[in-house]
Design a protein around this ligand. Sequence first.
Ligand SMILES: Cc1cc2nc3c(=O)[nH]c(=O)nc-3n(C[C@H](O)[C@H](O)[C@H](O)COP(=O)(O)OP(=O)(O)OC[C@H]3O[C@@H](n4cnc5c(N)ncnc54)[C@H](O)[C@@H]3O)c2cc1C
Length: 369
Amino acid sequence: MSELDQTGAPSTSGEFAAQAGAPVYEREVDCAIIGGGPAGLSAAVCLSRMRRSVLVIDDRDGRSLWGQTNRNYLGFPDGIPAAEIRLQGRRQAARYGTKFLNGRVIAASHDGLFHLRVEGTLGDNRRETAGRVVNIRRDEELGSSLGEEKAIGPVGVAARTVILATGVRDNFPKFLGWAQCVGKSLFWCIACDGYESTGKVVAVLGHDEDAVETALDLLDFTDKVSIVAGRPEGFDVPEQRLADLRDNGIEAYPHAVAAYVNADGQIEALMLDDPAETRVPVEMVFVYRRPTPRTDIAVALGLKLNELGHIVVDLDQHTNVPGLYAAGDVTSPHDHQISAAVHEGNQAACAANYFLYRPVQRGSGKEEC
Ligand SMILES: Cc1cc2nc3c(=O)[nH]c(=O)nc-3n(C[C@H](O)[C@H](O)[C@H](O)COP(=O)(O)OP(=O)(O)OC[C@H]3O[C@@H](n4cnc5c(N)ncnc54)[C@H](O)[C@@H]3O)c2cc1C
């Protein structure tokens, strides 16, 4: 693995070189893809196969590094771990020439070219952010074998186009052992993992209408459903909705959780913060708290966000800035699925590729790969 730092790097012009006050390696690529999850890697495969120079920049802090197995992604009858899709996607993109840079894009600007500033993460993603350590390590090992570079000091990247595939941050409750539980006994999405709850003892954690709906929807899989508000203030829904829960056999606990009893990734019970110290046995917990889109760079580049903070794109993944595209979970509060991320990544790549064509190649002006 090569490591990029300021020493020995060629001095170039560029905003970040000036900001850092020291030489910064500024390379220029046809497309910089920020985020090496399913969306970013799908874009990389497509663009590299169009013979564009592509750099995927990733800080290994994404939800595709948790322990979940995807059983609804076409072509894998026995399911496939999300982290494995990343590994296969990297191998596939590398085969067509995609290059990889490990680091976090922390600033961006646009003056006809896009300028990105990338810095190392100093391993901070191992402490508390997204991903199981074992998956992060495997991702690193593969990156290393594929010639991935690592940002140590500030690294500048200049790109003719950029695809933002930065994903979201989940808001799972934090307790001792929580990271082991994500994707094993701690979930958030019925489309992903509802089927696996068939006949099981399930609790929904959440206080609002979305959580109540999730609890009622889970009845299609199991009749052993309870809901825990997860905060001392209780539920924030009309009395009628609490009655709906009762009428459908769902026990509703208006309490915070004092402890999550768990071992080896399996949550066995929720201990409630109530006078009776109620113990709610569980096999699966669905947390209903909206994830937070990772949009710092989108904001820095002047992108429009919707009311929930996701990047606004059209059907071809264009943003409001020419040459800048977005794909995957960061674009929508819904459709958080590998299939959607892969589709959007591919669409964004086609749009970026069209942007990169010379005018004579655009012909009729009908945008297509
Ligand atoms: C517990 C769980 C279970 C799930 N189960 C399923 C399922 O069964 N089926 C299904 O289809 N989907 C499932 N999903 C959802 C699926 O994982 C996501 O839809 C998918 O990972 C989205 O891909 P993405 O590329 O948009 O984002 P991510 O996979 O999150 O990748 C984004 C990448 O961008 C990187 N990044 C972000 N910002 C920066 C930056 N500034 N600089 C550098 N890198 C950056 C992150 O480190 C990350 O690697 C599940 C998710 C969870 C959490």
